[in-house]
Ligand binder design. Structure first.
Ligand SMILES: Cc1cc2nc3c(=O)[nH]c(=O)nc-3n(C[C@H](O)[C@H](O)[C@H](O)COP(=O)(O)O)c2cc1C
Length: 370
């Protein structure tokens, strides 16, 4: 009897422990599994087998949303019509500290429109971008039916990533550098490539100084923290923002991550980290414009997105180092490196060979259609 009681005691206790353990494992693994499923669903290749008008437009919106965009705020909405798509800036997703004039917001819209332009032929559509004088009400892409044409860059959309990993400094073949220059050309944007170790080394110092200045700005750090998703659950709930894992940091409960960030990412440590990353890279790409206005920012975004898709096709990884774009005190120095007397340096990217990183999410298409 005693033995049976003992058995029941241990049996029930063991069952409770097992249940608690299983619960904990389910609690911990549920968001990881769900996040992994969401990543796979998000990063699907272009689907060329869509005949109907509405489904094709929705597919174009999905591909547009896979574009790079500042802080992964996804600052866009889309209006569908019979033969066109309009992308509308979503100013509720502004980042007023890092991007007070909405430069990055309009560049992000350019990235998204470029994905539409590149993928339309895969869906049997010929795109033409109607860029109004004032971009605040949106940019319309007209789409005329045609035969399906393969687009090598469209097939890279689901593979492109802003890879915040260390690269190795292996030189990029000259033909590949030329291919990157060719693909980035064609709009209002100028591309400057730094590919010699001396030029890259000097540029590393500029990045280090700009990073130090940016990280000393408490308003910048506070806004950045608001867009960091520290846990799988946060990343999944919002499907936007900068998930820690994508930057090579561990996933942590949100409040813990917020506190730890202040200790781990100091101005000095970030400045050193970026300088090292920039120096150990094959090349730097600076996108600049003759004029400093939304039209040109939008074009710079389009040019970067083509560059990024071509880099992906060539087996190169890339990541933004926009600190000197974002801290006005460094604008003049950056413009000088870009070889321009006036205008604005819009975007800075380091590129090289490196590993893939965990992927960022996007909100579902239904959430961005108005
Ligand atoms: C205009 C613009 C500015 C950006 N600035 C930075 C930056 O300074 N640092 C950075 O790490 N990523 C930057 N990004 C990259 C975004 O954070 C990235 O696209 C977003 O998190 C989504 O990740 P994914 O492109 O890998 O899908 C920028 C992207 C755009 C379009």
């Amino acid at each position: 009897m005693n033995g049976r009681r003992e058995f029941f005691k241990w049996g029930l206790g063991g069952a409770a422990v097992a249940a608690a353990g299983a619960g904990l494992i389910t609690y911990r693994s549920y968001p990881i599994n769900a996040w992994q499923r969401a990543v796979v669903e998000t990063w699907q290749p272009v689907n060329s087998n869509l005949a109907s008008g509405e489904a094709r437009l929705m597919e174009l919106v999905r591909l547009a949303c896979l574009a790079a965009n500042s802080h992964n705020t996804q600052p866009w909405k889309f209006r569908l019509a019979a033969n066109s798509l309009t992308i509308i800036p979503d100013f509720s997703r502004r980042t007023p500290i890092v991007d007070p004039d909405d430069h990055h917001l309009f560049a992000s819209l350019g990235c998204a429109v470029e994905n539409i332009v590149q993928s339309a032929p895969e869906l049997g559509l010929v795109p033409s971008v109607e860029q109004p004088a004032d971009l605040h009400d949106g940019i319309t892409v007209r789409l005329e039916s045609s035969t399906i044409g393969p687009s090598p860059l469209a097939r890279m959309i689901h593979l492109r990533q802003c890879t915040r990993a260390n690269f190795d400094a292996k030189p990029v073949p000259i033909d590949d550098l030329k291919a990157l220059e060719t693909v980035a050309a064609g709009g209002k944007t100028n591309l400057t490539l730094l590919a010699s170790p001396e030029d890259i080394g000097r540029f590393g110092k500029l990045i280090a100084d700009a990073t130090m200045s940016q990280m000393q700005d408490s308003a910048f750090v506070a806004e950045l923290k608001d867009w960091i998703r520290f846990s799988y659950g946060q990343a999944l709930d919002t499907r936007d923002g900068l998930f820690s894992l994508c930057s090579g940091n561990p996933a942590l409960p949100g409040p813990v991550g917020r506190v730890l960030l202040g200790f781990v990412a100091t101005p000095a440590s970030e400045s050193q980290r970026y300088e090292k990353q920039v120096k150990a890279t094959s090349g730097i790409a600076i996108f600049s414009s003759a004029e400093d206005n939304p039209q040109h920012w939008f074009e710079a975004g389009r040019s970067y997105q083509r560059f990024a898709l071509e880099a992906t096709r060539l087996g190169l990884k890339h990541s933004f180092v926009n600190q000197p774009v974002e801290v006005p005190a460094f604008h003049a120095d950056l413009l000088k490196v870009a070889g321009r007397a006036e205008g604005r340096a819009d975007l800075v990217v380091r590129f090289g060979y490196g590993p893939e990183m965990p992927r960022s999410l996007r909100r579902p298409v239904g959430a961005v259609i108005v």
